[in-house]
Design a protein around this ligand. Structure first.
Ligand code: SF4
Ligand code: SF4
Ligand code: SF4
Length: 600
């Protein structure tokens, strides 16, 4: 079938929309709500206006939901079309809080881009429709993120990600017409809602309506206080993520630049969360072996992802006895920073402030858990995401691109292994655990360190792991995205799980695509493969690739903890969980009823 766009003829398939045919042929039509990565087409923004002439005459239509028909003539940028598109964008801006300078999406806003795309130079309607204070919720009750509905333009991308990708369905559309905005079901506020703070919705929100809670001012307060000792650390994936914020291609390793940048802004101590990931493997691996030997209930689920832990507590509490009690690497490092570090560096514990740089929004929530505190003092004082850290560096005039890399210089808690660095990708925790469990059982290393079946991006993967002569083999599974986690959890609860050990990461792809990573406008996880491969390349380049071979981890156990899962290790490095499914009440109960995991 054939039709013309701007006077030139194009072929199309029956049912294709004007917008689809135009995009397929490289013709630009401004649009905001249409989001290809989710095949999401709500047709709510009404910006993709075009003029069509066909048997019905000449008229203005929205290109995203108007099918192309044989012989149709489409005009995408006549004066009339441009005026209509611009007026629609003026209306959206008028219905939107325009405090751009204080917005979390400042300098990175798709709505501002749209203004430029339609040539908006003066808005005739500003302040006519703008939501008055109190008309739409501005909710900062959640520990990790904010929900400012005065900035919502009702594209519904967030609702779709939360429902389609995560299977959480925490977000709802509340109200009608101009009052419509995104709500949290029947919950009183965001904190008590079904949301598990994975932050995936913040990656697709085109404006600042859903965003991470910015805690940079707390970090700056710490840095400015001469009495305090600031201890920074950054997660495995951060070294291959932060560069994107400063113009590097996805996956470039900027570890040394981060260390140098932290020193430049005044950090007193710079540690590597990778060290703690190695400790997690020692604890979790030992816990798994003890469960296998004692005939405890299996499978054991990993616990290093707080998004998954929140999900288990709120949406599937029956699975909690199956979840490892080992803290996440952040939780382990925080505890050691407030106990072991003061000993080895002769520091006053009360003056230490620990600051984590994470790809994750749920880690902010994790740090606020009362279980991760000693005598009311949090083990991790502040968590900032990759996006916040990039903003912090810009605020302090540090350009990562031009700074020279520096090595970690602290002799304690900064050595790491290849096993730790792959924690940042889906499958990485499992692969790291297998390397150590095998060595513990056999007294020698695996012949093939890398395990292809454990790698990849499929939502659920499984593998048979040979534990060496006389030890048999175990079946393990890896999943990412909570919709997949739910399926494996329900299987375990029915007593039908063939697995001994299951790794869960809440974010699709794992932490390399965490809710606190760089937002890529109009796309969803485009750099996942490159980021993941960068971590595997780093693993291959490391002199030590197994957690149990980390010399600083050996020293930690010899000098301080005794042995993995010792009483002291258990006290400091393990945690407990609580059934929180009743707390957010209606929303979660409603979700439990309506969530059908077999659809799609
Ligand atoms: S943070 Fe995650 S669970 Fe919460 S609303 Fe966003 S996508 Fe849903
Ligand atoms: S909160 Fe953001 S993603 Fe959700 S509908 Fe509003 S603008 Fe769109
Ligand atoms: S997968 Fe990583 S980034 Fe996502 S919630 Fe879990 S720990 Fe955080």
């Amino acid at each position: 079938m054939k039709a013309s766009i701007n006077g030139k003829e194009y072929s199309f398939e029956e049912g294709e929309s004007i917008l689809h045919v135009a995009r397929r042929n490289g013709i630009f039509i401004p649009s905001l709500c249409r989001f290809e990565p989710l095949r999401h087409k709500p047709a709510t923004c009404r910006v993709c206006l075009t003029e069509v002439t066909d048997a019905l005459g000449t008229r203005i239509v929205t290109a995203c939901d108007t099918p192309m028909t044989e012989g149709m003539q489409v005009d995408t940028f006549s004066r009339h079309v441009r005026d209509m598109q611009r007026m629609q964008v003026e209306m959206i801006f008028a219905d939107h809080d325009q405090e751009c300078v204080s917005c979390a999406r400042h300098g990175d806003c798709e709505l501002q881009d749209l203004g430029e795309a339609v040539g908006l130079v003066r808005n005739r309607f500003t302040h006519r429709l703008r939501p008055a204070a109190g008309e739409r919720p501005v909710d900062d009750s959640a520990t990790g993120m904010t929900r400012d509905m005065t900035k919502c333009i009702r594209c519904l991308r967030c609702v779709e990600v939360c429902r389609q990708i995560q299977g959480v369905a925490a977000l709802t559309v509340d109200g009608k017409g101009l009052e419509a905005c995104i709500g949290v079901g029947m919950s009183a506020d965001h904190r008590s809602s079904a949301c598990i703070q994975c932050g995936q919705c913040t990656l697709v929100c085109p404006t600042g309506a859903l965003a991470e809670r910015d805690q940079n001012d707390t970090v700056l307060d710490y840095l400015a206080d001469p009495e305090l000792i600031t201890v920074f650390s950054f997660a495995p994936s951060v070294r291959v993520l932060l560069g994107e914020e400063f113009g590097f291609t996805p996956g470039v390793n900027v570890e040394g630049k981060i260390v140098a940048a932290l020193r430049r802004i005044g950090a007193d101590v710079v540690l590597d969360t990778d060290f703690a990931a190695d400790v997690v493997i020692m604890e979790e691996g030992t816990e798994l072996l003890e469960k296998i030997r004692s005939g405890a209930r299996l499978p054991m689920f990993t616990s290093c992802c707080p998004g998954w832990v929140n999900y288990a507590e709120k949406h599937c509490p029956a699975i909690l006895p199956y979840v490892s009690s080992t803290r996440s690497p952040q939780g382990v490092l925080g505890a050691l920073c407030k106990t072991y570090l003061p000993k080895v560096m002769d520091l006053d514990t009360t003056r230490i402030r620990t600051i984590s740089i994470m790809p994750c929004i749920a880690k902010k929530d994790e740090a606020a858990r009362p279980e991760l505190a000693q005598y009311g003092v949090p083990d991790v004082d502040v968590v900032i995401t990759v996006r916040e850290f990039a903003r912090l560096l810009r605020r302090m005039g540090v350009d990562l691109a031009s700074i020279e890399p520096e090595p970690f210089d602290n002799p304690f808690m900064s050595a790491s292994t290849g096993a730790a660095v792959i924690f940042g990708s889906t499958g990485g925790v499992m692969e790291a655990a297998v390397r150590t469990v095998y060595a513990v059982l056999n007294g020698k290393e695996m012949e093939r360190i890398e395990s292809e079946p454990l790698r990849g991006m499929e939502g659920v993967r499984e593998a048979d792991v040979d534990l060496g002569e006389g030890n048999g083999s175990i079946k393990v599974a890896i999943c990412h995205g909570l919709r997949n986690a739910r399926i494996l959890a329900e299987q375990a609860l029915r007593g039908e799980s063939p697995y001994t050990f299951i790794e869960v990461m809440a974010c699709p792809g794992g932490c390399v695509d965490g809710g606190g990573t760089s937002r890529i406008k109009r796309d969803y996880h485009p750099g996942a493969y490159l980021r993941q491969q960068a971590l595997y390349a780093l693993d291959r380049s490391m002199p030590r690739r197994q957690s149990h071979n980390n010399p600083q981890v050996k020293k930690l156990y010899a000098d301080f903890l005794g042995a993995p899962n010792s009483e002291k290790a258990h006290h400091l490095l393990h945690t407990g969980y609580a059934d929180r499914s009743a707390q957010p009440s209606e929303s979660i109960q409603a979700n439990k009823r309506r969530l059908t995991l077999t659809d799609e």
